[in-house]
Design a protein. Structure first.
Length: 740
């Protein structure tokens, strides 16, 4: 392509420059229909000197004044001619027109569905839409089946819920956000993972260790940040219909408006299942080779759920951006024993949630930008677990002011303040030693700053600090954090991170699974905030072997608690919550290998070792129900036309320590494997997919202990000691339709 240099001579004298140090302006493309769009990367320079610059994403430039006069300001851009110029408010505006006509070109490339950056100082893994579509991925709790970093575990034998763990700790220690705003806090810690359909999510960012102080104070083991589809990268119409062999139906309809100053997304979700499924009506005891009668408990809860999210973005200004979002959830979840059982055990959970949040920000000009994030939430949750009855109401407000200033290519600063206001109205009746009926208001306000120091292309450091005041304890909690990145070569990165965090625990809500038991609940009168230090090392190396790309990743992390709300289930009769008195830590070592075996066939192997220790009051220190290791093997194949996609995943879960129970005759669970597969056939506007989960039908034997006598008069009933699936083989299929 011919490069055309356009020189526009502007004779500028010292007198008409007056005392200005810089000349500012914009370079725009003038199309045939008269519309103008910014030209990114156009060269603007003083002819005959080494003083020059390029235009940014908005076509703006700022250049130092010439050192001698008269001077010629020149503009060049490949494939464009100068058309005209004008001066508006002392800004020099240049209009260019294209000189070439390009034929349509179709470019095909390969991008891994899971990506790791070699330049980000923070250890971040990005899961794309393609990764999420490797499994059924009905909601967020099922989005990590092909990932080694986040572990999917089973909450209990009644609710049908899956929980997540990270760095050998429970998911409550993960900060979960949507578009870097608070998502799962407070009452949503129980069932909130099921409120986010996979079809809504454009990508998931998994941050290990301490993330940025800008995003909050709650990140102990890491952060999971969701990015929903935006108007510019969403199909105008997207429809997903899912069903499985149990008869569950899910429907997702997404609409996008990407024209005009106001652009919008509308996400809807409907989930319906109203059958009593009990695959273990009878079960076989492999140790004694005998059959036993079933317990009458259904394997999958009956669910009716409707959710929506509506986003509106204003793009009509070159100086600022604004968006407002509204999210709502209506859910009824019923589990327990079948209707024909005398005096059945009932687990009934109702959730009603409305969340309005907004963002306002200026476009980065002169190295400065500001943004304001705000959110209002109301969540009503009513739950019954046999004789245990919980009523909760959360009313929350959130405000975050973020400022950013770039001083040079070496130094930049982010700073601001945030404020969280939560009022919890909770009432619990049931198997508890003291009445639990109170209103608590949490007010947490803090300031923070984060310095980004780029020493060279090889070394970068992000240092942050925040201080937050908590009204209940009347204390200030400090959260220093540092992330270092060093690149010894272009294809290798070493990262080091260390930081501190704190959080306010919600003992009952975060442990609803243990309410499916006859344990007597005891909560310390004064539960203090949890505090911990997390530090770790990450090493990532990209390589070529036999002309094919591969990636090797190693993570070593440790979380050391200074205070923790201990969840003690060591006694069969008790569920005890108290402040840590001793030592508590979690170590995690993970190794991953990604490699393209042949064209289109990607292999992923992962192995993780967990070691979690907490000093309980009875002297025990090994945390139960956390697997000692996990291994993953994944094969993903797509043909050259991308019409056929195949995915095969095996997860190997190591043994877990089991708490003492008179109906358990083993101290450690047996290791087991889960095998899933997915096949997708794509056409121009729709996909058909089918797959299976747990295809070898592995289930935990006798998952509900003492199910024939669940009343509070008995100490035998417990449906929370779960380490393996309760539900066996499940096949599914679905259709995705898109109109771009």
């Amino acid at each position: 392509m011919k490069k055309i240099l356009m020189i526009v001579i502007v004779i500028i004298t010292i007198f008409n420059l007056k005392a200005q140090n810089q000349i500012k302006g914009k370079v725009l493309e003038l199309s045939k229909d008269g519309n103008v769009v910014p030209l990114v990367g156009a060269n603007v320079y003083w002819e005959g000197t080494n003083i020059g610059t390029t235009t940014d994403l908005q076509g703006d430039y700022s250049i130092d004044e010439a050192t001698s006069f008269p001077a010629s300001l020149s503009v060049s851009y490949v494939g464009y001619n100068f058309d005209s110029k004008e001066i508006i408010n002392d800004k020099y505006i240049f209009y260019l027109t294209s000189t070439v006509e390009l034929d349509a070109v179709k470019i095909q490339g390969k991008v891994n569905t899971t990506q790791l950056s070699l330049v980000d100082p923070i250890n971040t893994q990005v899961l794309s839409t393609g990764e999420l579509q490797k499994a059924a991925c009905c909601n967020l709790s099922e989005s990590f089946e092909t990932n080694t970093s986040v572990d999917v575990v089973y909450a209990d034998a009644i609710s049908g819920l899956k929980k997540i763990q990270m760095l050998a700790l429970d998911g409550s220690y993960i900060q979960i956000t949507n578009e870097n705003m608070p998502l799962l806090r407070g009452l949503q810690r129980s069932y909130g993972l099921t409120y986010i359909p996979g079809s809504w999510v454009e990508s998931i960012q998994i941050i290990k260790g301490m993330g940025s102080v800008v995003n909050g104070y709650e990140s102990f083991t890491g952060q999971i940040n969701l990015e929903y589809f935006r108007p510019f990268n969403a199909d105008r119409v997207f429809w997903n219909l899912y069903t499985n062999t149990d008869g569950k139906l899910e429907n997702n309809l997404l609409l996008a408006k990407n024209k005009g100053k106001w652009q919008s997304n509308l996400f809807t979700h409907l989930s319906y299942f109203d059958k009593e499924v009990d695959h273990n009506g009878t079960y076989h005891d492999h140790s004694t080779h005998t059959n036993h009668a079933g317990d009458g408990f259904i394997d999958v809860p009956r669910v009716k759920q409707f959710g929506f999210l509506n986003r509106w973005q204003y793009l009509g200004s070159e100086f600022y951006r604004f968006q407002v979002n509204v999210r709502g959830i209506l859910e009824e979840r019923v589990a327990g024993q079948k209707k024909d059982v005398f005096n059945p055990y009932i687990a009934d959970i109702d959730n009603n949630l409305i969340n309005i949040y907004a963002k306002l920000g200026t476009i980065n000009t002169e190295g400065k930008s500001i943004a304001i994030q705000t959110s209002l939430l109301m969540h009503k949750q009513d739950a019954q677990f046999g004789d245990n009855i919980y009523d909760g109401l959360q009313e929350s407000g959130f405000l975050n002011f973020i400022g950013e200033r770039t001083f040079s290519d070496i130094h930049s600063l982010r700073y601001g303040f945030s404020s969280y206001a939560d009022r919890f109205t909770e009432d619990f009746e049931g198997n508890i030693d003291t009445p639990y009926n109170h209103v608590r208001t949490d007010l947490i306000s803090g300031i923070y700053g984060e310095h980004i120091y780029t020493i060279s292309e090889m070394f970068k450091m992000v240092t942050g600090f925040r201080a937050d005041y908590y009204n209940v304890t009347e204390d200030i909690y400090y959260s220093p954090r540092t992330n270092l990145r060093y690149n010894p070569s272009d294809n290798t990165v070493l990262r080091l991170s260390i930081g501190k965090a704190f959080r306010i625990a919600q003992p009952l809500v975060e442990n609803f699974n243990y309410l499916n038991s006859s344990r007597l609940i005891t909560i310390d009168k004064k539960i203090l905030p949890e505090e911990a230090i997390n530090y770790g090392i990450n090493a990532t190396h990209c390589f070529y072997l036999f002309s094919r790309e591969g990636r090797l990743n190693l993570d070593l992390y440790r979380t050391q608690f200074q205070n923790q709300v201990v969840v003690d289930i060591e006694s069969q009769e008790k569920l005890f919550f108290y402040n840590l008195n001793g030592v508590s830590y979690a170590n995690s070592i993970q190794l991953d290998l990604d490699y393209e075996l042949i064209s289109g066939l990607q292999m992923r192997i992962g192995y993780k070792i967990n070691n979690t220790v907490t000093d309980f009051n009875d002297g025990t220190n090994s945390v139960p129900l956390i697997p000692a290791y996990r291994a993953l093997f994944n094969l993903a194949y797509s043909n050259s036309s991308k019409k056929w996609l195949f995915d095969f995943t095996t997860n190997r879960i190591g043994s877990s320590r089991m708490p003492i129970h008179e109906q358990l005759d083993y101290e450690y669970s047996d290791p087991f494997s889960l095998v899933n597969f997915n096949i997708t056939r794509s056409w121009d506007v729709f996909d058909v997919y089918l797959g299976g989960e747990n295809i070898f039908h592995y289930t935990q034997e006798n998952p509900i202990l003492g199910g024939d006598d669940w009343s509070s008069n008995s100490s035998n009933f417990d449906a929370s000691l779960i380490y393996a699936p309760v539900h066996g083989r499940m096949m599914y299929m679905g259709i995705r339709y898109r109109l771009d």
